[in-house]
Design a protein around this ligand. Structure first.
Ligand code: ATP
Ligand code: MG
Length: 379
């Protein structure tokens, strides 16, 4: 079976690695170079987008910022899952907020801003501090501003209006800054018959707006239930097919949605060894019309992101139940280059293993590991 993935980064690569044993062959469309490539080797195929669509049995996407003409072409083929609407909701915070409201899922209070008077209204209605986000651009915390003091409103507005002026379709949302206790996410898959399989909720740590560490197996049942409820409402509202990720703020045990990602997600990479069937395989299964695989937690697991490093030290493999995943991309400061998964039979043992890894993975490049190890050992 042939599958086309829009986007040729590490998520397409890991889908291809997971699809191969199922005899699913993935080609990727690089929206930057407009080339069809092999997502693992990078080999360029002599194939137009139209030809790649035509030879594929199904089509999916690894990210949400895809030109609308490409989305339309895929949608018209009738083979595109989760489809244009879901991808557009993930790529536009205004559409995403409208979806959350329609599905009855709580999220951070916000005001949509296209002109200065909207911004002034946000400052009065939402109260400071504000998190200000471009609706159509931005990832890993890029395309955002923070307004803590009304005295800085004019200065920030200069930058906001420059963004708005670039394109009449641009908008910005101002959100209330949520005083969360922690960030969590849920990853789940929905198949073509509407069956749903949901992984245990993951606890996530961000450093400077980028995910650095995910932990599975530490979240209470009441949180899991709220996440399942939100997941089911949103996936059904979109008649979703594939893996959908939802990021939340946990505010004193109550979940508020931060954002959704209509795709496999960085906070679900631990499923490659912490669950029987990983998010990549479940996504490929759903898109290909196959039944979903088991999403239960096998063992407590952690995922450590490798950001801006030239390699992953092979010595990490001396620690039991550690696996290293390299994306083979050109190195740039802060760029997601790979990740390390680690599992153990208990949270305490996971803490010991993470502690052992701190001798290879220093605090500056891998923040939060020592703290995480201490906490797990005390559980
Ligand atoms: P990514 O693509 O990595 O998920 P992003 O650029 O889409 O990131 P968000 O997830 O919206 O951006 O925000 C990045 C981080 O900024 C969040 O994980 C959270 O730590 C912080 N943040 C965003 N919105 C708020 C808010 N309303 N209140 C408090 N913190 C926030
Ligand atoms: Mg996010």
């Amino acid at each position: 079976m042939n599958m086309l993935v829009l986007g040729a980064g590490q998520l397409a690569r890991m889908m291809a690695l997971a699809g191969t044993p199922l005899d699913i062959h993935i080609k990727a469309y690089d929206v930057g170079s407009k080339q069809v490539v092999h997502p693992v080797t990078g080999q360029v195929y002599d194939l137009s987008l139209e030809a790649a669509i035509s030879e594929s049995h199904s089509i999916t996407a690894e990210f949400e910022h895809i030109p609308s003409d490409v989305l339309l072409l895929c949608q018209q083929s009738g083979k595109f899952f989760p489809g244009q609407q879901a991808i557009e909701c993930g790529g536009d915070r205004a559409k995403e907020k409208a979806l959350l409201e329609k599905a009855g899922v709580p999220s951070a209070p916000y005001v949509l801003v296209t002109k200065r008077s909207d911004f002034d209204k946000a400052i009065v209605e939402l109260d400071l501090p504000l998190v200000i986000k471009t609706c159509q651009a931005g990832y890993d915390g890029k395309g955002q501003w923070r307004l803590k003091d009304a005295a800085n409103a004019d200065e920030i507005w200069q930058e906001m209006s420059a963004f708005l002026d670039k394109d009449p379709a641009h908008s910005i949302i101002c959100e209330k800054m949520i005083p969360f206790n922690r960030e969590v996410s849920v990853i789940g898959a929905r198949d073509q018959k509407g069956n749903v399989a949901i992984y245990p909720v993951t606890e996530n740590e961000h450093t400077n707006g980028v995910l650095t560490l995910s932990l599975a197996g530490v979240v209470a049942e009441s949180i899991q239930q709220q996440a399942i409820d939100a997941y089911t409402k949103l996936a059904n509202e979109l008649n979703y097919v594939g893996v959908l990720a939802i990021e939340f703020f946990d505010v004193d045990g109550q979940l508020l949605v931060n954002e959704i990602a209509p795709r496999v997600h960085n906070s679900g990479h631990w499923t490659q060894q912490g669950a029987f069937c990983c998010q990549f395989e479940n996504h490929v299964r759903a898109v290909a019309g196959l039944p979903l695989g088991d999403t239960q937690l096998l063992q407590p697991s952690a995922m450590i992101n490798v950001l801006g490093q030239a390699h992953i030290p092979t010595t990490v493999l001396n620690t039991p139940q550690v696996r290293s995943h390299w994306y083979a991309k050109g190195v740039k400061p802060g760029r997601k280059m790979g990740h390390i998964n680690v599992s153990a039979s208990s949270l305490q043992c996971l803490g010991e293993r993470i502690e052992r890894l701190t001798s290879e993975l220093d605090e500056q490049n891998y923040p939060g590991l020592a703290r995480c190890a201490e906490r797990l050992k005390a559980m």
